[in-house]
Design a protein around this ligand. Structure first.
Ligand code: 7RM
Length: 630
């Protein structure tokens, strides 16, 4: 695939993609290897919604990630794995080896009864086997559902049950910084609440003792003994599902965002090559976890489709010290580095001495994703990591969009601190007012929508198509609604301002306020709770919880700890509130709706202008809440 190599070429491609979308994407799609070609490039309507790309095309994404590279890149490094402990050896896997290991594990899955269309859950550490197993699912046409290894047993069980997964892939334990976690214990607890899992295949990573249940649990290494490394790729329709990935919304229950083979493949490579301007011998590193969409699209699929060298890192930015990222950049001569604002802000706090120890001269391009990047963090990244010569690509996108939507193209289009800047070719964003009218012109602000389909867009929410329609296609009929607010400046550059719904973004992790409230409410002493986000120096947003206790108990520090523990058990440590305030009531309207606007103001520490509180059921609770604020 040829990438855009100048600003005028970007403009030309953009125009082409709007004037003749089918012709534009047909050219891009033709650079892939298809088992048979499509009849029609695009068939769509946004009401149901029903979107079909490369209609009747047949392909397997792993043939595009692996097989097609073997002739000329078989010995090229596909994955460099960097362990949590810097004293443990890094591992390099060539395209030949990766192909072989994916085929072997695909045969393990087949031996255990996996078939095309089955859902397979992966609950694993950031080790090469996670990438291998993900691709092995795709090889046989099983739908992978990767669950981030920081989620609790309850959250894992919910996700397994929602998609009726029949196989679970996990490990004995994992290493993260100084911590060692027993994943298998968590998986065992989850499986007590699941009855669709026939096989649980367990990778040995830490070597710790785990319980193995007869007739269900199998060792990964034992299963590999039984297979060879030949496995034909399953023939997949372009619109067959490739994976589901759970993400939080404004209701309590996370939804399984579903992506399909053909369109996802085309856009993953197109966006990867163009945004990062990947060149043949570049070493690319995305620090995300494969449990999130960024890991799916820009650790595994985008880079491997492009025949790139992609780094997978098991650990955390601050272990053994805050120089770890930069040590790894020097060690592997990283050229393209992609991380999250929260990591940048966290490392900023440690000063620049830990950076100066390392040679970062290999870096050309820096990326940012997951939340708005504030100007201070942008400047710090540009100066201290990029040494004022690297491009920063601030990439805006979502689990639902599958790939990067709005971003500079490194060294090609302009960058501007805190702006994601311009849409990629093929992407038609628009701003709408609260009545759903499109806002034309520049220097305007509104809710961000997309008015034309793109290949990697969400197709459905697993098992509940109506929900997909309601959440994304009903607020503004005929448009996909992102849930984000956005400005468009005088130059037509986009700046995403944050969520406009009840979703908070903590360190780039999406959390529904209702989801956290449900978790808190599980504590026996809690009667009701309301959760809002507030500005947090490192996490972007912190979680502030207002909690009403049963009248028989007193609010204490111990009780706060218990509530945090409950949330950890219900969802996982990432959902723990930063602040808990016990209150006797919540500001509610006469119809019983919580006025979150007031709670947000108090959490921000801004009580000067709370607006009209006269419509509240009990205006007195407001003063009590202000007095007790943290
Ligand atoms: C890739 C990812 C999506 C939400 C999205 C935004 C926020 C992501 C940026 C951003 C400002 C960015 N998927 N978001 N990237 N906000 N600038 N560059 O993060 O599904 O987990 O989250 O994240 O609010 O709607 S996600």
């Amino acid at each position: 695939m040829k990438k855009i190599d100048s600003f005028s070429e970007y403009n030309r491609a953009y125009e082409h993609s709007v004037n003749d979308p089918e012709g534009f994407w047909e050219d891009v799609a033709s650079t892939f290897s298809w088992q048979s070609k499509w009849d029609k490039v695009l068939d769509w309507e946004f009401d149901t919604p029903n979107v079909n790309w490369f209609v009747n095309g047949k392909l397997n994404i792993t043939e595009n990630c692996l097989d097609r590279h073997l002739a000329d890149k078989g010995d090229k490094i596909a994955i460099i794995w960097e362990p949590n402990d810097p004293n443990e050896d890094a591992i390099s896997i060539t395209y030949n080896e990766l192909h072989q290991r994916v085929c072997e594990f695909a045969n393990v899955l087949l031996n255990n009864g996996a078939k095309k269309g089955d859902r397979i859950c992966l609950y694993m550490p950031m080790v090469p086997e996670l990438a291998i197993a993900t691709l092995a699912c795709a090889r046989i046409g099983a739908i992978h559902s990767v669950v981030f290894a920081g989620f609790s047993a309850k959250a894992l069980a919910d996700r397994i049950n929602d998609a009726d997964c029949n196989i679970l892939l996990t490990s004995d334990g994992l290493f993260r910084g100084t911590k060692q976690l027993c994943l298998k214990d968590i998986a065992d607890e989850a499986l007590q609440h699941c009855n669709t899992i026939n096989a649980c295949i367990v990778l040995q990573r830490t070597g710790q003792d785990v319980n193995m249940t007869n007739g269900r649990d199998l060792w990964w290494h034992d299963e590999l003994q039984k297979v060879n490394h030949h496995c034909d790729a399953q023939i997949m329709d372009s619109e067959d599902p490739l994976f589901v990935l759970y993400t939080s919304g404004s209701t309590g229950k996370p939804k399984g965002v579903q992506h399909h083979c053909g369109g996802y493949m085309v856009y993953a490579e197109y966006s990867f090559r163009n945004v990062f301007q990947y060149e043949e011998d570049d070493v690319y590193w995305c620090t995300a976890d494969i449990g999130w969409i960024t890991g799916h699209s820009y650790i595994i699929y985008g880079p491997l489709l492009s025949g790139a060298t992609t780094i997978m890192f098991e650990g955390v930015p601050t272990y053994p010290d805050a120089g770890r990222f930069w040590e790894i950049c020097e060690k592997h001569r990283v050229n393209i580095f992609y991380t999250a604002p929260t990591a940048i802000r966290a490392l900023q706090a440690y000063g620049t001495e830990v950076i100066e120890k390392y040679d970062l001269s290999s870096l050309k391009t820096l990326g940012s994703v997951g939340e708005p990047i504030n100007e201070e963090a942008w400047d710090w990244y540009y100066k201290n990591i990029g040494k004022e010569k690297c491009w920063i690509v601030d990439t805006w996108w979502q689990t639902e969009t599958g790939g990067i939507m709005i971003s500079p193209l490194a060294h090609i289009t302009k960058m501007k601190p805190t702006f994601a800047t311009l849409p990629l070719p093929g992407i038609q964003p628009c701003l709408v007012d609260t009545d759903g009218n499109e806002i034309q012109g520049n220097d305007v602000e509104g809710n961000l929508c997309v008015k034309f389909p793109w290949p990697s867009m969400i197709r459905t929410t697993y098992g509940d198509h109506e929900r997909c329609k309601q959440v994304y296609f009903s607020t503004y009929p005929g448009k996909y609604f992102t849930g984000d607010g956005c400005k468009r400046d005088q130059d037509g550059f986009y700046r995403i301002t944050g969520r406009v719904d009840d979703v908070i973004n903590v360190s780039g992790h999406r959390m529904g306020t209702a989801e956290v409230e449900n978790g808190i409410n599980e504590h026996v002493s809690v009667v009701e709770s309301a959760v809002v986000g507030y500005p947090h120096d490192i996490k972007g947003q912190g979680i502030y919880a207002y909690v009403i206790l049963d009248s028989s108990v007193d609010g204490s520090e111990d009780l706060k700890k218990e509530i945090l523990h409950t949330v950890t058990t219900e969802i996982g440590p990432i959902a723990k509130p930063d602040k808990i305030q016990f209150v006797s009531g919540l500001p509610k309207t006469r119809s019983g709706k919580i006025m979150r606007r007031i709670l947000r103001k108090v959490a921000e520490g801004d009580t000067s202008n709370l607006g009209d509180t006269s419509t509240l059921l009990d205006p007195n609770v407001v003063q009590e809440i202000i007095n007790g604020a943290q």
